[in-house]
Design a protein around this ligand. Structure first.
Ligand code: ZN
Ligand code: ZN
Length: 345
């Protein structure tokens, strides 16, 4: 089964340019923003011309539309007890799902936000309520995925239980369109020691899988500038943070980073129709193995130490400023997936 490896671009040139660059670099997955991530975007729709341009750019790549994940705006706080902010966040999440569905893409991932009001169980319910409202308002196959967080301040999603509690609040009929993904930096910063040993790492993934009742739908592969349990959401390039290179190799050997199933085995190309057969657990997931490599990364970091497996990195969640020039530019030269792959074993 294929492992999908992609890149998260915060490309100022737009999503079509991002698709072209990622395609040229050999990516098989992609993450994008569809709006400025520091705004609610609660009124922003997407123009049909933009959809068309993006679709044709994607069609020239090896990236299937269902393997594209949209990262929602960071400012959305669906966990908040402040009603005005919650309402704007709910509306923003709905617009995210609407834009992503219009683009015909796989999923929207989002950070659940901060549990102001301090009642974390109530906060989990508020997140689930916002997800439910968005999923009801926007039918279609596109999923809504919670991302685990580094756990700074009152942020929700730092533990497996919290991710599980959020997903538990989504009604059964919509639950197949909900899910979660894991960011390695966030895991580590939140105190999950994925770097201690392969067994310890497996135990962390098992815990999330048990609490959520399913494996993660994507991974964001980031090293961590902060130490274990620091709660700092600061990404480092893979091998340059406190996680280190080796745990990423373990992770990519975990079956949960492989084994991709598409939306529907019955069609090879994403349908432009809005109606879809009803997704059900097991038969239709799109499962794990969405990873990103970094465009903020310097390939020289790998010199003399080529990863023995599909090692990937990520710009992840935008905690790092974009470089002036994207190293991925060009015909897949400096950042080709083959280059990252290193010697086979
Ligand atoms: Zn992050
Ligand atoms: Zn994120």
């Amino acid at each position: 089964m294929a492992r999908l490896i992609g890149v998260h671009t915060g490309d100022a040139l737009g999503i079509s340019a991002a698709a072209r660059r990622a395609g040229k670099a050999g990516a098989t997955a992609l993450q994008i923003f569809t709006a400025i991530p520091t705004y609610y975007g609660d009124k922003q729709s997407i123009r049909p011309e933009r959809v068309e341009r993006f679709r044709s750019a994607l069609a020239e790549s090896k990236i299937a539309p269902e393997h594209v994940v949209v990262h929602a705006a960071y400012v959305l706080n669906t966990a908040t007890a402040d009603e005005t902010k919650w309402e704007r966040s709910r509306a923003g999440l709905e617009r995210e799902l609407e834009r992503t569905t219009a683009l015909g893409l796989g999923a929207v991932c989002f950070h659940p936000g901060a549990a102001t009001g301090h009642d974390r169980a109530a906060a989990a319910k508020r997140v689930a309520r916002a997800m439910t409202a968005a999923l009801r308002a926007v039918p279609g196959p596109t999923r809504l995925l919670v991302e685990n967080t580094a756990g700074a301040g009152l942020t929700m999603g730092r533990t497996a239980e919290e991710v599980g509690a959020i997903l538990d609040g989504v009604p059964d009929d919509l639950r197949p369109r909900a899910g979660y993904g894991l960011d390695t930096c966030h895991l580590f910063a939140a105190g999950h020691d994925i770097a201690a040993s392969p067994a310890a790492q497996r135990a962390v993934l098992d815990e999330f899988e048990k609490a959520a009742g399913e494996p993660p739908r994507f991974f964001h592969l980031n090293d961590s500038e902060g130490e274990l349990g620091s709660n700092r959401d600061r990404h480092a390039l893979i091998g340059e943070g406190h996680i280190g290179l080796e745990p990423f190799r373990w992770l990519l050997r975990d079956p949960r980073t492989k084994g991709f199933r598409s939306f529907s085995r019955r069609r090879s190309k994403p349908s432009r129709r809005r109606t879809m057969t009803r997704p059900t657990h097991g038969t239709c997931g799109w499962s794990s193995s969405f990873a990103h490599w970094s465009h903020a990364g310097d390939p020289r970091a790998w010199a003399g130490n080529p990863p023995a497996t599909d090692i990937v990195g990520s710009l992840g969640c935008g905690t790092r400023a974009l470089p002036a020039r994207w190293p991925c530019t060009g015909s897949g030269g400096r950042w080709s997936a083959d280059r990252l792959r290193g010697p086979a074993r």
